[in-house]
Design a protein around this ligand. Structure first.
Ligand code: UD1
Length: 368
């Protein structure tokens, strides 16, 4: 049997690993998967509920690192992962996405001569002020097998000197999870009740998510964004599940008053099925998340992205995504366009068909 370490750490990793673990179980072959959790995310709402709802097995190994600055968190993961790799000598490790856990574990494995497999390789925002961009570039450089979600990613990788024989276009594992769970999402009233949300929603509504450091770490930028969103909420009620990073920043900058409007419904971070349930019936989604740009494209729901760039251009060319940046006028205009004209319709990108993980495991059965 070939020992394959599958790494997760932060919330967006869980949706990506779930179908891979399932496919590894179903197409067993000669691979023995071992799930390693770094502990980058640990709150129940950011972690446990995802394992439960997505049916991810409990981690075999837990590194319990927790939060920290980029250097402290990355270094701590590396320090705790190295002895595990030395002891167990896996045949390869599989990392997903672009969080600090991804690069930290890839770097440890590559230096010990253990092959690295990267799922969701080759995405580029070309904006190195974004911590994930650095994680993406470096993880791809360290990887021996790179699975991509859209064809543009191959050009990005080849431009950076990566051998095209290492690249496989397999589709999008995050959309595997979305399609697998879509019918399990609850009706809106159940979602509101379960989360103790005392709002009544009878007509259209929108959903906000906000957590990028560039949007939330600076009090002026965050305050302006919240004011813009509050003004949009005059025309359409907006659900706002608040990420812990964002909650801390709102509190420390005393910005709670902007969210006092009845039409902005703030909640704790929502469980996967609850957020998916809200998004699939929403009129629009306003977000700075990478994954949600893809999920809204798969759902056919208009997405207004509160960033100047995206590493997922296919959500703009093929999907329902519009880049509005953080300029008030642009965001208001994009929201008005959706509310009045319905917004972009889009189509589902090639191979976002719910079977990406099966293709990955089929490749790995040969390659390992
Ligand atoms: C991380 C990822 C980001 C991803 C996001 C999804 C990196 C560099 N960033 O950002 O790509 O989009 O996860 O959520 O890896 N905290 C809690 N409870 C938790 C986890 C975090 O309260 O369970 C708080 C801590 O105060 C922590 C802060 O949130 O310092 C930020 O967490 P961190 O993992 O460093 O980055 P995210 O902003 O979550």
């Amino acid at each position: 049997m070939k020992k394959l370490y599958c790494i997760v750490g932060a919330r967006p990793n869980f949706m990506k690993i779930a179908p891979i673990m399932r496919a590894l179980r179903e197409q067993a072959g000669s691979i023995k998967p071992i799930l390693v959790h770094t502990g980058q995310h640990y709150d129940e709402a950011m972690n446990d509920t995802f394992f439960e709802q997505l049916g991810i097995p409990s981690p075999d190994i837990h590194l319990d690192v927790g939060s920290g600055t980029h250097a402290a968190q990355t270094a701590e993961i590396m320090k705790r992962f190295e002895p595990v790799i030395r002891r167990d000598q896996p045949d390869a490790i599989l990392v997903v996405g672009d969080v600090n856990s991804t690069i930290a574990c890839a770097l440890v494995a590559a230096k010990l001569g253990v092959r690295v497999i990267h799922v969701e390789a080759g995405l580029r925002s070309n904006d190195r002020s974004m911590p994930e961009e650095i994680n993406r570039i470096l993880t791809d450089q360290l990887s021996e097998m790179l699975f991509i979600t859209e064809r543009d990613a191959e050009q990005n990788l080849v431009r950076e000197g990566i051998d095209c024989n290492k690249i496989r276009f397999v589709g999008n594992v995050m959309i595997d999870t979305l399609l697998h769970n879509l019918e399990k999402t609850n009706i809106i009233t159940d979602i509101l009740m379960r989360n103790n949300i005392g709002a009544e929603i009878t007509g259209d509504y929108g959903v906000i998510t906000l957590h990028r450091p560039s949007n939330v770490d600076n009090a002026d930028v965050l305050g302006d964004l919240l004011k813009t969103l509050s003004d949009i909420s005059i025309n359409i009620p907006l659900f706002f599940p608040v990420h812990p990073r964002t909650a801390q920043k709102i509190k420390s900058a005393n910005l709670e008053y902007i969210l006092e409007s009845e039409n902005i419904i703030c909640t704790k971070p929502l469980a996967y099925l609850d957020l998916l349930g809200l998004m699939r019936k929403a009129r629009l989604v306003l977000t700075d998340s990478g994954g949600i740009q893809e999920e809204t494209t798969a759902l056919g729901i208009p997405c207004i992205t509160l960033r100047e760039n995206t590493e997922r251009p296919i959500t703009i060319t093929d999907g329902t995504n519009t880049l509005a940046g953080i300029d008030r006028q642009k965001i208001m205009a994009a929201a008005d366009d959706v509310i009045i004209n319905g917004g972009k319709i889009g189509r589902v990108p090639e191979l976002w068909d719910g079977h990406a993980a099966e293709r990955i495991v089929a490749e790995l059965n040969d390659w390992l």
